[in-house]
Ligand binder design. Structure first.
Ligand SMILES: CC(C)(COP(=O)(O)OP(=O)(O)OC[C@H]1O[C@@H](n2cnc3c(N)ncnc32)[C@H](O)[C@@H]1OP(=O)(O)O)[C@@H](O)C(=O)NCCC(=O)NCCS
Length: 245
């Protein structure tokens, strides 16, 4: 896989990209994160089977259970509810989807949203913003979001539907499992394993070779020095158990 600089694929790809190569993108969610994604669309790329196929895109719609069809979010039309994903996917066979929901109070719903959307894996693309750097040997899945300043190190694996917010560092040999969110400026030192659906809060630091369990939540600013069991909320320096999720 080719490395990126400033969120662009290899020069040959971006030079060849024109309107015909543009990918239509639909957001699953129309809330705060969707508004950010719409704001950052300029210069961002859609990635499907690795960075070498990264291409420009247009956001053509969003699906949201709390908004009416015909409304809009930042000028992007609401095309229906989440349960309309199959209809929208059939109407727009070339469009790709991105999961655009993730906050400390909503992150647990992410797997369920994807399950209910019922779309094949190849209908998802990862939203790669300018200034995200991915090592040549790293792997990134589909349906994720990589904000500016993200650094993904050598041999790291970022699975499907993962959110990496601004300035997140995923160091060498880390694995970030599906549906996980790593909030702004958090750093995973080498060989950290972040479980499926886990949430690592802003500015948290995770010592090398540790595991963050499935659906666990690491509070903002925590310094994690021990494995975090599945379903635990931990806070502080050193991070300690606060409650169950
Ligand atoms: C960990 C977290 C989920 C706890 O939320 P909560 O369950 O509502 O907890 P409360 O605010 O009721 O606080 C409970 C206790 O934990 C402490 N606490 C909460 N968050 C803390 C944190 N990040 N670090 C240290 N202590 C924390 C509070 O001071 C309080 O302590 P006290 O009982 O001695 O007064 C939340 O504070 C947090 O860090 N969320 C992540 C935010 C984030 O990164 N957002 C990204 C952008 S959306």
């Amino acid at each position: 896989m080719a490395p990126t600089q400033n969120g662009r694929g290899p020069a040959g790809d971006s030079e060849a990209a024109g309107p015909d190569d543009e990918r239509a993108l639909i957001l699953l969610g129309g809330g705060g994160l969707a508004r950010e994604l719409i704001g950052y669309a300029m210069g961002s790329l859609a990635v499907e089977d690795g960075l070498s196929d990264a291409r420009p895109f247009r956001i053509v719609g969003a699906l949201d259970d709390g908004m009416d069809q015909g409304a809009d979010v930042e000028g992007v039309p609401i095309l229906g509810k989440m349960s309309d994903a199959g209809r929208v996917a059939a109407d727009k066979p070339d469009a790709r989807f991105v999961l655009a929901i993730s906050a400390p109070h909503t992150y647990k719903h992410r797997p369920d949203i994807i399950r209910r959307a019922g779309l094949d894996r190849d209908r998802y693309a990862t939203y790669l913003m300018p200034g995200a750097h991915v090592a040549a040997s790293a792997r990134i899945g589909r349906g994720g979001v990589l904000f500016p300043g993200v650094v993904i190190g050598t041999n790291a694996v970022v699975e499907d539907h993962v959110q990496l917010w601004p300035n997140v560092v995923v160091s060498h040999d880390c694995r970030v499992r599906e549906y996980a969110t790593i909030a702004s400026a958090a750093a995973l030192n080498g060989v950290v394993d972040v479980g499926s659906g886990a949430y690592v809060g802003s500015g948290a630091l995770v010592r090398e070779k540790l595991s963050i369990g499935e659906n666990a939540l690491v509070g903002m600013g925590a310094v994690v020095l021990r494995d975090v069991p599945a379903g635990h909320v931990v806070v502080g320096n050193p991070a300690k158990y606060l409650r169950d999720v």
